[in-house]
Write a protein that binds this ligand. Sequence first.
Ligand SMILES: C[S@@+](CC[C@H](N)C(=O)[O-])C[C@H]1O[C@@H](n2cnc3c(N)ncnc32)[C@H](O)[C@@H]1O
Length: 212
Amino acid sequence: MVTALFDRAPAWTRFHVYGRWRLFPFPALLPYAPTTGVAVDLGCGHGLLPFLLATERPALRVFGSDPDEKKIALAQDIARQSHIHNVAFSCRSAQDTEIPECDWLSLVDMLYLVPYDDQRRLLERAVSRLRRGGRLLIKEVSERPAWKAAWTRAQELIAVRVLHLSQGHSFYFRREAEWLSLLSSLGLRPHAVPLDAGYLHPHVLFIGEKTS
Ligand SMILES: C[S@@+](CC[C@H](N)C(=O)[O-])C[C@H]1O[C@@H](n2cnc3c(N)ncnc32)[C@H](O)[C@@H]1O
């Protein structure tokens, strides 16, 4: 279990990481992951998804980045101490991350912290680094059902502005249809996968396939 990698982290970090793991079904992303090649996760936080990809896909090379120095320093220590050699982390915002040519590029619950114009520029750059047949995965929250969306926004206000669990201050949510049309406009073949069954948050995964 990926969370066990954090068992020697400080109590508050363990609480945060275990909570995050319970609140979102990270393993639901695995069926979309390649077995070889390169995967990039921007805004990776403590690195839960990069660690999951690296351990479940040992022949994949995985890169994670996040602007939070403490999260990245911990992820780097854990990778080193746990001898997970196919993962690397860097402390950078997504906008400043040099993206290698890749087969998978994920942004999980971080684009809502990036201003709209930057979102588009970042995604254009991401698509230009994706190999043909590669996938762009954006995990955000849907506007439906309304009660789950309202709960999520209230919780984000507390998480970001009060507890400072994530860097950022304002929110830049989009509706499902907007994400799909943005992915189409970038030349990808998009579809949405709802992942909220059994969860309090209206999780939705947008997948854009690069077919040409
Ligand atoms: C809700 S957390 C999600 C972390 C991780 N993706 C996960 O699913 O556990 C949001 C993350 O976005 C990061 N973040 C905020 N602004 C960012 C930016 N401009 N570029 C990259 N990451 C950013 C925060 O530091 C935080 O770790």
